[in-house]
Design a protein around this ligand. Structure first.
Ligand SMILES: NC(=O)c1ccc[n+]([C@@H]2O[C@H](COP(=O)([O-])OP(=O)(O)OC[C@H]3O[C@@H](n4cnc5c(N)ncnc54)[C@H](OP(=O)(O)O)[C@@H]3O)[C@@H](O)[C@H]2O)c1
Length: 280
């Protein structure tokens, strides 16, 4: 078994981004909007802000009470859309249930949507156009695979069809391009014979949100296993894969933490720097 060291690969990316930030003629700015006090969301924003500081991006965090109206949030996004010092806008999800996530996501200018969740950016991803922003977690997974176990011609099985991980990852990996050209199966909670499907994978991606869901019997010996899951159990972070059981039979596997998570943050930084260079 070989460990895919997402932390090390992410650090290398951040180092090269720091040079691009330094060379850019003005300060690059990223705004975080945080609604409510979900502890996981607070932790994610803290980590993303730290990465900004590490590479020299100026970041601001706007915090809103959980009962803030959607109208207030949209007004703030509108102001940030027009702010010339802001290159990227990130609304930390999930939003409280009284807000319409898609309406909020759509209100961000596609050119500043560094999370890559705006329908315009998702459409460009589907069409294989490079001018949009790819969503950070799928792009991070694709890079990890490119650097360790290329997927060209391989059967990739993704378990989980969310709009932020499973679906965009499938769209990325089926493109007729370098780093893609995979045969992709997208499975979910309604898939029949799931273990049979996962056992047919050369590369198995788990994005389910259920701790240790992928058991050894579901994995073909020699497969590459990417664990996207972040589940908190007694203050510990656990993935969607039963790491101890699956690692001995996998050829490559990502740990949790230290696998996909750091790559997600590195890709957010990459999108922000790229956005600034495009805006000039
Ligand atoms: N590392 C990172 O940077 C990062 C980024 C994003 C998310 N995550 C983590 O990744 C995990 C998934 O996130 P998400 O936002 O994609 O989750 P999500 O929106 O809750 O989607 C979960 C997906 O898993 C499927 N699923 C649930 N139970 C299943 C079962 N028993 N068998 C087969 N499929 C099942 C669901 O199927 P249905 O569609 O049929 O309901 C759904 O498609 C979470 O642990 C999250 O914290 C990590």
């Amino acid at each position: 078994m070989n460990l895919i060291d997402g932390k090390r690969i992410a650090l290398e990316i951040l180092d090269s981004l720091a040079l691009r930030v330094e060379r850019f003629p003005r300060k690059i700015g990223l705004a975080f909007l945080l609604v409510g006090n979900n502890p996981a969301s607070l932790a994610y924003v803290r980590m993303k802000k730290k990465a900004c500081a590490q590479i020299g991006i100026h970041s601001i965090v706007q915090e809103f009470a959980a009962d803030t109206s959607q109208e207030t949030l949209l007004r703030e996004i509108d102001a940030l859309n027009r702010d010339p010092h802001i290159d990227g806008i990130l609304v930390q999800l999930p939003l409280p249930s009284h807000m319409d996530t898609l309406a909020v996501t759509r209100s961000i200018l596609p050119e500043k949507d560094v999370d890559g969740f705006h329908p315009v950016n998702l459409g460009k991803l589907l069409l294989g156009e490079e001018s949009g922003f790819p969503p950070c977690t799928p792009k991070g997974i694709q890079l990890l695979l490119e650097k360790t176990a290329p997927v060209e011609g391989k059967h990739v099985v993704i378990v989980g069809r969310s709009n932020i991980v499973g679906k965009p990852l499938a769209a990325l990996l089926v493109q007729k391009k370098k780093g893609a050209n995979a045969t992709v199966t997208l499975a979910h909670s309604q898939s029949n014979h799931l273990a049979e499907i996962t056992r047919s994978a050369d590369v198995l991606v788990a994005a389910i949100g259920q701790p240790r869901f992928i058991q050894k019997e579901m994995v073909r010996p020699g497969a590459v296993v990417i664990d996207v899951g972040i589940n908190r159990i007694d203050e510990r972070l656990v993935g969607d894969v039963d790491f101890d059981a699956v690692a001995p039979i996998a050829s490559w596997i990502t740990p949790v933490p230290g696998g996909v998570g750091p790559m997600t943050i590195a890709m957010l930084m990459q999108n922000t720097v790229e956005g600034a260079y495009r805006r000039g």
